[in-house]
Design a binder for this molecule. Structure first.
Ligand code: DC
Length: 196
């Protein structure tokens, strides 16, 4: 029976790591929806046309994880037509028979409002910038912090599907947790729901 786990939160809060760990622990499929927006942003040309014609090879580009792709993604993600073009694919993925984990910004609020589990993963901007800085090995800490803040402002301030926790989401603040603790808390939330 389909079972959807919606993981939302700001950049570098730990969503990806937690989502991959949950998918592995429960045998669910995982979709990093940020990659869709990154691929659209890096494809060039008209972003709406790029979103409407996105191909698996666009998602396999090696440069999608970098800062430039994150910036480009955050910009095209503010366009309602881009978001609309990506909805059906995400919703179909969410209903996979094996169960699905989707991580992004609007999964619990817009894409899967009926998800069985919703977790909003967050952490202070300083913690997130430090993690992202170490992971990227690019730029200075101050530059990365500024980008994290700018991206938060853009993702939370846009009119269409802004980043915010769903009313029924569990908030998981990872500022003072290491990876293992954050994963353990998320696993416990999912296990409790599966046991119902
Ligand atoms: O999670 P990420 O850093 O890969 O996301 C990159 C950008 O894509 C993010 O700044 C906002 C956008 N995004 C979105 O608007 N909705 C999603 N579901 C996922 C990402």
């Amino acid at each position: 029976m389909p079972f959807t786990i919606a993981i939302d939160g700001p950049a570098a809060a730990g969503k990806g790591t937690i989502s991959r760990a949950l998918a592995q622990a429960f045998g669910f499929a995982h979709l990093d929806t940020g990659l869709l927006y990154r691929a659209v942003g890096m494809k060039g040309g008209d972003p709406v046309a790029a979103a409407q014609t996105l191909l698996p090879e666009d998602m396999a580009r090696p440069d999608l994880r970098g800062m430039a792709a994150g910036e480009a993604a955050s910009r095209v993600a503010a366009l309602p037509e881009v978001r609309a073009a990506l909805v059906a694919f995400q919703r179909e993925f969410a209903r996979r028979a094996v169960g699905a984990v989707l991580d992004g910004r609007d999964i619990g609020t817009v894409i899967c409002p009926d998800a069985e589990v919703k977790i909003f993963v967050t952490a202070s901007p300083e913690c997130r910038a430090e993690r992202r800085w170490k992971e990227l090995g690019e730029g200075t800490f101050a530059e990365v912090l500024e980008q994290v803040r700018a991206r938060d402002a853009r993702d939370m301030g846009r009119a269409d599907a802004p980043l915010r926790p769903a009313a029924d989401a569990v908030i998981l603040d990872t500022s003072d947790l290491d990876i293992a603790e954050a994963i353990a808390q998320a696993r416990a939330i999912v296990a409790a729901r599966l046991a119902q």
